[in-house]
Design a protein around this ligand. Structure first.
Ligand code: ZN
Length: 242
């Protein structure tokens, strides 16, 4: 069975629409959404509607909870804070009620899923280096953990020799005896220098993971951000993938 892991849409309807088409083309049977439907982009309400339609499981991200005052935004930069205020002003009461009740993590038979980290999901820490990964491996029992939040597609592997390797691979065969923390990047605001939308597919039968990149109408997403009066930086960065 093909399971897709998508996250960090951030109100980018054009990127989400392109990824939704890709999910159909790939014949995905299950979609896990790892947080951050809203924040930064110009179509938060529309993105909530689509994610609710396509995803089997939806987890909370820090921007989802920032929009409903469930997380402290004092560490957010000025553009992110402006985006939170704008997002709050356009979401309906029903959208906010929906975001409020999302959970922080999910354990299935095959994997652990969380937006930030397995240990303290609500602290919104990042897994960006081997040390972060090493701490995180101690706080889930499955062999696979899917995370989001950094917008950087990365795979951390705890080998059978108890070493950690990190890779930026687009193809991975899951090996018995190894454990993995996998970040599939961001749909709506990639930051690894590649502006194409990013998401992952894990085939539970073949035990193979793939990272997919999907082109979308960046110019339209940028125009909507500028027209909404959101910080222009949020539009410009989309073309750079930064
Ligand atoms: Zn995000």
């Amino acid at each position: 069975m093909k399971t897709a892991f998508i996250s960090d849409v951030h109100g980018n309807l054009e990127a989400l629409t392109a990824v939704t088409q890709s999910l159909r083309d790939e014949g995905v049977s299950r979609v896990l959404f790892l947080g951050d439907i809203v924040g930064y982009g110009a179509n938060p309400g529309e993105c909530i509607e689509i994610v609710r339609e396509i995803a089997d499981t939806i987890l909370a991200g820090n921007h989802d909870w920032a929009a409903v005052d469930k997380t402290d935004t004092s560490s957010f930069n000025a553009a992110a804070q402006a985006a939170v205020a704008w997002t709050k002003s356009v979401l309906t009461a029903a959208d906010k009620a929906f975001l409020s009740q999302l959970s922080l993590n999910e354990e299935t038979k095959d994997f652990f899923c969380v937006h930030a980290t397995p240990l303290h999901p609500e602290a919104w820490g990042y897994i960006v280096n081997d040390r972060d990964a090493s701490q995180s491996f101690a706080h889930f029992s499955e062999s696979l953990c899917f995370v989001a939040h950094s917008h950087y597609p990365t795979v951390f592997i705890l080998t059978d020799k108890n070493r950690i390797n990190s890779e930026r691979t687009a193809h991975l065969s899951i090996r018995a005896g190894c454990r993995y923390i996998i970040n599939s990047g961001s749909v709506g605001q990639p930051r690894d220098g590649n502006p194409a939308a990013s998401y992952g597919i894990y085939d539970t039968d073949k035990k193979e993971y793939r990272l997919l990149r999907v082109e979308y109408d960046i110019a339209l997403a940028q125009k909507k951000i500028l027209d909404a009066g959101l910080p222009p930086f949020l539009a410009h960065r989309l073309a750079l993938g930064r």
